[in-house]
Design a protein around this ligand. Sequence first.
Ligand code: AHR
Length: 336
Amino acid sequence: MVTGGMRHAGIAAVAAFTMAALAACGGGNGDDAGGSGDAGGDGDLTTIGFVAVGPEGAWRNANEQNVQDTFTKEAGFDLKYAPAANLDQKSQIDAFTAFVDEGVDLILLSATEATGWEDSLQRAQEAEIPVILVDRGIEPDDTSLYVTRLAPNNVAVAANIANWLVDNHPEGGEYITIEGPAGVGVVDERNQGFDEVISKHPEWVKVGAQTANWAVDEGKSVTETFLKSNPDLKFVFAQNDEMGLGASEAVLEAGKTVGPDGVLIATIDGTKNAMTALSEGRLSFVAEYNPLFGDQLLDAVKKALAGEDQPSSIEVTSTTFDSPEAAKAALPDRKY
Ligand code: AHR
């Protein structure tokens, strides 16, 4: 069984062979990766199996398109994109297993569910296929089972929202959290970051939390329900933009305003739709969760194939937007 420290030795052997194949194929200027192969054919390419989430909203589309735009044939890769069927984990595990059996050079994994990956990751390790986690973490977080995870820091992103709230709205009041789907790792991380800050501020009282599955319509219906049961609601923490945009519709349709005199709404992602809503006063605060980290991922993939040591997590930088002016300034160059 290949474990932690030895992890790199096995992979290094494969990578040495890959890099030799790369050299033999006249590539290897560091820009393209090259596979195990027979000069001239697709065999030259480094094969990457991307066990992806698939259609799930603006953020996901941006992230997975960015990965596909990065690992191109021109860059020396044969990226095999395997989106989950209806977010179903079994379809992801089946795709993962197929990639291991096929003997791809490396696997990228964005898990729809945080738990249930031990067996698959161990099989990849036994096959000496490096695995890199994209955005989503696994639970339990056994870092000996994967090379590294690339993602913005969910705990810090959510803490930014709580800090903005308590710093700018000491008046306090009732609030709700609209969560992503149960079982998704980032949901717990975002709750952790937000709760660690808000728990020190008794002026803000949590009156409920419910999942809305990253969706606008469910974000709207969840908020409508809470506005009926809690007419004095003052703040909505929406764990992604789509759910926050739904909450905004509910607040406005209830004849209230979005803001300190009505209901404040903060979201995570930073997509164009949310930035537009913030610029028009239909949201109060947007914490970016940057999906465009293909370059960092390419660097991590090359290091993994070369058997180089890497930290078990690589943080993707993200920023925040706290006013219509800030959103207006950012919108012209917004790529997602
Ligand atoms: O895992 C990241 C989350 O997944 C995004 O915040 C959300 O929009 C997406 O669906």
